[in-house]
Design a protein around this ligand. Sequence first.
Ligand code: SAM
Length: 252
Amino acid sequence: MPRRLGQHFLRPASVERLLRVIDPREGDVFLEIGPGTGALTLPLAARAREVVAVELDASLAARLRERAPTNVRIVSGDALRVDLDALAPVGTRLVGNLPYYVSSPLLRRFLDLRPRLHDLHVMLQDEVARRVASPPGSREYGILSVFYALWADVDIPLRFPPGAFQPPPKVDSAVLRARFLLCPRAQVTDPERFERLVQTAFARRRRTLENNLQDSYPNLKEHLRLLKIEGRRRAETLSVVEFAQLANALSQ
Ligand code: SAM
């Protein structure tokens, strides 16, 4: 079994556990990242309206295309590059046992697809899933936690040991679930500036907010004072609402 491209295939019992959490319905349209040999693709297709799956490995894609029923479309390509918007009608449910070597950039990319997504269930390294689902104040809370908290309710409904896959990966795995909100959790006037602020605030985790931000935002101290946010705090203690307030104030 090839180990390249993050290929760790789900064992049947693991597929069953995952399907119970995804709970596919007759009218659902799924976008799957990395279908591999179809362990998840085929049972989803049996229960849902349609599955569109993006697979980078051309030989796996070709083999799956031969076996797949008519409501499955296999797209050959890199999920980091293909136009996912064109593959996802509004209301799409995103799923995948992700290739771990690109899980963080994929998670970032899924946020751009957010207006089209109903929800997302993806298998990740446990450590990465925890980084996205952690609340402020925890060691794992970071850039992706803030971005996802703005747009979704996030949790980890399942965890898997290495033996749940063939071949087993070196790390524990977890399913990250994001249910996208109709409105963001906080009003953000300029999403790009919001992202830049969060990234700059987390540039050096152990530094204070003021130290990380003062070079980029000359009027920082005044706005922190008006918003009653202590400059000595670290980025990892700020809620998404506080980040949004600060970004909006600094954009004025
Ligand atoms: N879904 C299958 C399963 O659970 O058994 C396979 C999951 S395996 C962890 C990851 C899959 O993603 C592999 O089939 C791999 O070829 C594919 N893959 C790797 N990099 C990719 C990329 N950049 N875009 C799309 N698919 C990719």
